[in-house]
Design a protein around this ligand. Structure first.
Ligand code: RP5
Length: 161
């Protein structure tokens, strides 16, 4: 396994599916779990230990509201944690973002944008980490980026200036 993808609730799935789509597209091996810092704290701790034992390259953790999942995982493991703030209903994800990004010095979480963009970019970031030592993933990531560039340049509204 290269990447663990976790989310605080099944209700985060629509957002985190963006992560899974990109990982599949780039041929990155992953597993998915629902884990909650508040509702399943013991499971969170054992998952962090397992991720370290299995030598995951990264854990992508999406959570909303009082989004303590990424930070608590980072507290339990040295496996790099990439945090995705899920857009909450009450505060539009500002709460999620601040809960994830404002970690105390010494316990880092790499924090991405709120919602769909963050979910996709966390997967691309994990793929870039893996690409440093896996030429197959590097090739697919380069192809993804080239296609994205082409899509802009081929847009009929782009005048080439
Ligand atoms: C967080 O609380 C989850 O990550 C989710 O975004 C939010 C709401 O969870 P549910 O009440 O929908 O299960 O832990």
């Amino acid at each position: 396994m290269q990447v663990g993808v976790v989310m605080g609730s099944r209700s985060d799935y629509d957002t985190m599916n963006g992560t899974l789509d990109v990982l599949r597209q780039l041929g990155v091996m992953y597993e998915v779990r629902v884990l909650s810092a508040h509702r399943t704290p013991d499971l969170l701790a054992s998952y962090a230990a397992r991720a370290e034992r299995l030598n995951f390259t990264a854990i992508i953790a999406g959570a909303g509201g009082a989004a303590h999942l990424p930070g608590m995982l980072a507290a339990f493991t040295r496996v790099p944690v990439l945090g995705v703030p899920v857009q909450s209903r009450a505060l539009s994800g500002q709460d999620s973002l601040l809960s994830i990004v404002q970690m105390p010095a010494g316990v880092p979480v790499a924090t991405f944008a709120i919602g769909a963009a963050g979910a996709k970019n966390a997967a691309l970031f994990a793929a870039a980490m893996i690409a440093t030592h896996a030429p197959d993933v590097r090739g697919r990531l380069d192809a993804f980026r080239a296609a994205q560039t082409r899509a802009v340049l081929d847009d009929p509204y782009f005048d080439g200036q």
